[in-house]
Write a protein that binds this ligand. Structure first.
Ligand code: BGC
Length: 388
């Protein structure tokens, strides 16, 4: 009995070591780390980042069969399988089958976004009287954390079992000055596939100097699995939104949605008014705007609900954040071939990013995105799936 289990253990160790050596042979600097990770947390090697760091994929599956596959590169949700009204599981997020696509050409598919979700005008802001200049990557502006944001870094991963369901904890320390941001920022993101078919994301961060933070998540959803999303119905819990200029920077005003194509207070097809002759829709080439969510900031509230009539799938977005960026996939243009050879065409997905308002550091009238030493930044997001 003892001999058999020892033999099994030796075989397991040899197997793991062989797999690691094979995977990391050309990446010796990372070999020790790779082996340690592979042995400890259940991730499967998915490839290597540009610097040779091993990237693993982790599968979280609940008892109902809902499954999320997550990379420790960019905190990317590579696939998310939820049932339709007949119980048939389908992948409801866009992405790639292999790491290469994520490394070379990804419009933030499924990614963790930081340090600052959305745009900062001209990549500049002032904090404590000092002006900071960020890496710009979107015309004159800095978008989603700059050139190498949190979507493009390798995170430390640890699998966890929580009372709510299987989880993956990702941690990353962003150095003082990374992409131009002040302060060393320690970030933790916990992804949970809950018993009630929700994907829950809990973000926390601390800093050693005054800084700004605005983390969010960037899955491209298609509840039907393919085709355009214009027939999805969306309801957004917001009476106002923040109108933008032609570079998608908020003007600083809050505009009532009433009487505009931005009124989603009752379920409306995404495509119903997207083609209207409206300056804001022209600036975004569709919806690419921040809605001011009606619930009190810091408390969980329903931000949006989307239904897809043919599959019956429903996703509700709950969050503690004051804003929701709803983006209707207007920059998808048929040039990306993703999972299973699917070509992603114009508006084949939508993104719902709970966050503080874009360019907050340059708008004193917006809720603050400042974080000071001793404080803990917290942001919790739930994408809850069901059918009807
Ligand atoms: C932004 C879009 C941008 C997209 C990048 C969204 O969060 O609002 O303007 O093009 O991310 O894929």
């Amino acid at each position: 009995m003892k001999t058999t289990s020892t033999a099994k253990w030796i075989c397991l160790m040899i197997g793991l070591t062989t797999a690691c050596l094979a995977g990391c042979a050309t990446h010796s600097a990372w070999r020790a780390k790779c082996c340690a990770l592979a042995k400890s947390d259940g991730g499967v090697l998915f490839g290597h980042a540009q610097d040779g760091a091993p990237v693993f994929i982790y599968t979280l599956r609940n008892k109902n069969g809902m499954e999320a596959r997550i990379l420790n590169y960019g905190g990317i949700i590579q696939s998310l399988k939820v049932p339709d009204r007949n119980g048939k599981f389908g992948d409801v997020v866009l992405g790639y089958d292999t790491l290469d696509g994520y490394l070379t050409n990804s419009p933030y598919f499924g990614a963790m976004i930081g340090r600052f979700g959305n745009r900062i005008a001209n990549g500049k802001f002032t904090l404590d009287g000092q002006e900071y200049t960020l890496a710009t990557n979107n015309g004159p502006n800095s978008l989603h954390g700059g050139i190498k944001g949190f979507d493009k870094v390798v995170w430390m991963a640890q699998s966890l079992q929580t009372p709510d369901g299987p989880a993956l904890q990702l941690t990353y320390v962003s150095n003082d000055g990374e992409e131009g941001y002040p302060g060393a920022l320690k970030v933790k993101a916990v992804y949970i596939v809950t018993k009630d078919n929700a994907l829950r994301l809990d973000y926390t961060a601390t800093t050693d100097k005054d800084t700004i933070v605005n983390l969010t998540h960037h899955s491209y959803f298609n509840l039907r699995g393919s085709g355009d999303i214009l027939g999805h119905f969306i309801c957004i819990n917001a009476d106002k939104f923040t109108p933008v200029d032609s570079t998608l920077i908020p003007t600083g005003k809050f505009r009532p949605v009433k009487g505009t194509p931005f009124d989603f207070r009752t379920p409306t097809a995404i495509g119903a008014r997207i083609g209207q002759d409206d300056e804001q829709l022209k600036f975004g080439n569709g919806y690419d705007h921040n809605w001011i969510i009606n619930h009190p900031m810091g408390k969980f509230g329903l931000a949006a609900r989307v239904t897809e009539p043919t599959s019956g799938r429903v996703v509700e977005v709950w969050s503690t954040e004051p804003g929701l960026q709803f983006y209707s996939g207007n920059f998808l243009d048929g040039t990306i071939t993703g999972k299973d050879g699917q070509v992603y065409q114009f508006r084949d997905a939508f993104v719902m990013e709970p966050q503080h308002y874009p360019d907050s550091p340059n708008h004193p009238n917006f809720p603050s995105t400042e974080l000071k030493p001793g404080e803990t930044y917290k942001n919790a997001i739930i994408y809850k799936f069901s059918t009807e």
